[in-house]
Design a protein around this ligand. Structure first.
Ligand SMILES: [Zn+2]
Ligand SMILES: [Zn+2]
Length: 168
């Protein structure tokens, strides 16, 4: 058997963190792009990114709306993921939240109240009570290295994509 090439196959945690990074590409506040994916039993329940309210302009069109040094125009990624789940009648109790950045205090409180049991992040968000609230509520926090930003899709190297010579 031919020696197998080194696999780019991500672990489950890397996979869902990459999905969170992908969700963050839809964010509309230039001060921070955050993505959040809610997962239970390896099943994606909902995704979210920070975005302004329906029918209202985006930060990257009209500028941020700053109150106390924070932009308040958007709902954050975690809240939008919870709203998506709620809108579709999905129960997130017991789920894991994969987030690009550690939550702000408000989002941590919302995820805790919704029954999230584990939070996986790769980046910090400073000056919040999030980790304290998570810990006190028994939510596991796993801080992992940032996954590689590349998507390993290489059509020309997949054997089924190669042109085969007809033998007739
Ligand atoms: Zn903004
Ligand atoms: Zn937040």
């Amino acid at each position: 058997m031919a020696k197998k090439k080194k696999s780019n196959r991500p672990s489950w945690d890397e996979y869902f963190l990459k999905l969170a990074m992908l969700a963050s590409e839809r964010a509309t506040c230039p001060r921070m792009h955050v993505g959040c994916v809610l997962v239970k039993d390896k099943f994606v329940l909902a995704t979210g990114y920070n975005d302004s309210l329906p029918g209202q302009p985006h930060c990257d069109e009209v500028g941020c709306l700053i109150v106390d040094n924070h932009c308040v125009r958007t709902n954050h990624a975690e809240i939008n993921a919870l709203i998506q789940a709620t809108t579709h009648g999905v129960n997130v109790r017991g789920a894991t939240a994969y987030i690009t950045n550690m939550s702000c205090t408000t989002c941590a409180k919302a995820l805790i109240a919704a029954g999230i049991k584990r939070v996986v992040v790769f980046s910090d968000y400073h000056d919040t009570l999030a980790t304290e609230f998570y810990s006190k509520s028994g939510v596991t926090i796993d801080k992992l290295p940032m996954p590689k930003k590349t998507i390993n899709y290489d059509l020309k190297n997949y054997t089924s994509a190669r042109k085969t010579k007809r033998s007739n």
